[in-house]
Ligand binder design. Sequence first.
Ligand code: NAD
Length: 251
Amino acid sequence: MSGNGRIALVTGASRGIGKAIALGLATRGFDLVLNDIAAQAATLQETAAEARTHGGRVIALHADVSNKAQVQAMVADAVAQMGTIHAVVNNAGILRASDVENCPEDYWDSVMAINAKGTFLVVQAVLPIMKAQSYGRICNISSIGGKHGAPEQAHYSASKAAVMGFTRVLAQEVGPLGITANCICPGIILTDMGRVNLEDAAIRDAWKAKTAMARIGAPEDVAGPVAFFCSDDSAFVTGQTLNVDGGIVLS
Ligand SMILES: NC(=O)c1ccc[n+]([C@@H]2O[C@H](COP(=O)([O-])OP(=O)(O)OC[C@H]3O[C@@H](n4cnc5c(N)ncnc54)[C@H](O)[C@@H]3O)[C@@H](O)[C@H]2O)c1
């Protein structure tokens, strides 16, 4: 074993928040299984190479988290190569903006399939492993959009609310097995996805004005709280949802 002896799977790890989470876990001694879709192969390899500079074992595996067969194969491959999985961060997600009246059915289906069903499928695949070792840390990335939401994101909000509800019940089911399950709700974070909320300066300034810390979040802001939920410092914390949003006041 190297580092802290723990192995974490991070989905959607090629860029943005997932990349920052991967590097944050690497600096804290985790070995890593980094996932993304095949189309992101080159950037995922770059993230993996950067994570390896912190000294741990890092592998990169492609899978679409909304595809059960691919998820099952990824988890089997991860266990074959790394031995086990101690922590999972369900970070992969998409945002496709549309108002409700004009929202194409495939926007609803794809957003729900990746954000909500993808989280379920990855959890379902790792549970037998965590159960067998009586240990697991599950951290699901929801969003403040799942609590409050914004126009043109009703389907995204629904998918992220689903992640929170799923996590609360999951925590009750797996608690007796030594497994915790918690959610992080990032606020407005500057990533490829976050730019949708930040396209013009007036919108950016409005978000800053609503934020106690008076700035837009960076992907690295999310990494520490996720690492907490992946560690033994949170051993008696489960079923919780933590905003990581710089103190956004939406009311
Ligand atoms: N950026 C924000 O402001 C913000 C706010 C709240 C929540 N979030 C959530 O944080 C997470 C990361 O978002 P981000 O801003 O880094 O977005 P991003 O678009 O920069 O990165 C998302 C990553 O997920 C991957 N991905 C997409 N579909 C996938 C699939 N089917 N299987 C595997 N990987 C897939 C993408 O390839 C990409 O690497 C998402 O769940 C998002 O909903 C983001």
